[in-house]
Design a protein around this ligand. Sequence first.
Ligand code: NAD
Length: 210
Amino acid sequence: MKTLKIPEATIMRLSVYSRYLSEIDRKGIITISSGDIAEGVGVSPAQVRKDLAYFGEFGIRGVGYNVKDLHRHILKILGLSEGWNLALIGIGNLGLALSTYRGFKDRGFNITCIFDNNPEKVGMVINGIEVLHTDKIEEIIPQRKTQIAAITVPADAAQDVADKLVKAGIKAILNFAPVVLNVPPEIELRNVDLAVNLEVLTFNLGGRMA
Ligand code: NAD
């Protein structure tokens, strides 16, 4: 399964399907059709079937999918069945918002450590986690078996933070700082930029109005 090249758009949709299935499961619904999933998340039934077909046959023709089984399977595909430890670096406006976002925990992401270099923030306790100085990144990240880090520091500090994280043995970085980071190729790096998404919206609006 690992050797198959799965389009990134499919992976993103799987994440959306999984959130929807979790909601459906909570409502006590046992089976669901691709049409129901499609309607629930706003894509076509054919797209749902195509996405799921990458990973083998799940559903029973005419019956649909068992909600719990499909949800469990998608979580496994997304690598979410075991949970992941997450570090947060930079506890400013964005860092604070992320650290108090309950959705991470619900999706299997467990914030294990928070770092900042501001002496006024070091020692603060957020959701039961003490903010530590960034000097401790190399010691604490392996100790708390943390594989993923979110960088929410100003752009000019982000590369230095990324270097520290790489030295600490981090496997993946979610970078919110508006800067291109240099990291070794084995590190999974994703940049998040809400402005880019807004620009996609304005492009689409512009296209529709043209
Ligand atoms: P902020 O100034 O409120 O917080 C930054 C935090 O980083 C502060 O707590 C500061 O003490 C800490 N910090 C500064 N230098 C550091 C260093 N070397 N090591 C550790 N901690 C350090 O800023 P914010 O509004 O929370 O934004 C944080 C980052 O996220 C910025 O780069 C901003 O541009 C970016 N941002 C991105 C998006 C997005 O869509 N991706 C949205 C908002 C903000």
